[in-house]
Design a protein around this ligand. Structure first.
Ligand SMILES: [Zn+2]
Length: 279
């Protein structure tokens, strides 16, 4: 991979981190919408959304549509859920964006077009995307208790895990996840002070790198919501990143082989791990 490619990937990561979604009801399908059957990775993403929310529902009951060639709907939405026939409509560019698809799945499980904090920013924080408009639409973030210490990211314990530990091309459409966790080992709450982002956006929060030698994929998430920096006593927060077996590195594709992965929170990193992708 060239350094230009790496720069492109880093830029794409920043752009993807800026992508956001919110969901309002619309009465009609957008022009060009096409019905599709959920691919195998959607079953994985549905299970993940059920798991984080504690809710249960049937993926088969959701009606899926995509608008090929469209990058965003009015209001910069990447997708929306429509209550009337449990319909999810996605832009062509977001059809395989796991965090956004899970956001819409969470609407289908909660059966609501709004964004309850407990679901979108607490139970499923890091598993579903919830950025600018989603945070704005949710309830206000909790205020840290008076006297809560401000700490640097290095006060946390950071770890990275690949799920499943040895991904294979055939399972779940070849999709798997890289999970970065940040644990507060203290017996009291802390607020983590994140370094400024250096642009107009919120500070970087979780990020990962995965690669071989000098070629790597990197993605930086951001702390769109202030609760992302408030850790209760003993709390572990996580961020889930989607990868898959494939040659499209710009979309998280990795070919079979052995890789090194590391995660970080506020630029404070985990020990690296090694994993193998089987064909
Ligand atoms: Zn939404």
């Amino acid at each position: 991979m060239t350094s230009a490619t790496r720069l492109l990937l880093a830029t794409l990561g920043a752009l993807l981190a800026l992508a956001f979604t919110a969901c309002t009801e619309v009465a009609t399908l957008p022009v060009g919408a096409e019905r599709f059957d959920p691919p195998p990775e959607y079953a994985l993403w549905w299970r993940m959304t059920e798991s984080c929310s504690g809710l249960r529902g049937s993926l088969a009951d959701v009606n899926w549509f995509v608008v090929p060639g469209v990058t965003s709907f009015p209001g910069d939405l990447g997708g929306f859920w429509y209550e009337q026939d449990n319909r999810i409509v996605l832009t062509g560019t977001e059809q395989f964006d796991g965090a956004l698809v899970r956001h819409e799945m969470l609407h289908a499980l909660v059966r609501a077009v709004n964004h309850p904090r407990i679901e979108f920013l607490e139970r499923c924080a890091g598993t579903v995307t919830c950025a600018y408009d989603c945070v704005k639409d949710s309830e206000p973030a909790p205020i840290p208790p008076a006297g809560t210490p401000l700490v640097s990211p290095s006060a946390l314990e950071i770890a990275v895990e690949i799920k499943p530990s040895t991904p294979k091309g055939g399972a779940d459409g070849g999709y798997f996840t890289l999970v970065v966790t940040a644990h507060n080992p203290e017996s009291h709450a802390v607020v983590v002070v994140l370094p400024p982002s250096g642009d107009d956006g919120p500070s970087g929060s979780f990020s990962y790198t995965v690669g071989q030698g000098s070629s790597y994929i990197r993605y930086d998430d951001r702390a769109y919501d202030s609760e992302a920096t408030l850790f209760a006593a003993g709390e572990t927060k996580r961020d889930v990143f989607d990868l898959h077996v494939g040659s499209d590195a710009e979309f998280g594709g990795l070919l079979p082989g052995t890789y090194t992965a590391a995660g970080s929170y506020g630029s404070f990193g985990s020990p690296p791990i090694s994993f193998t992708i089987e064909p």
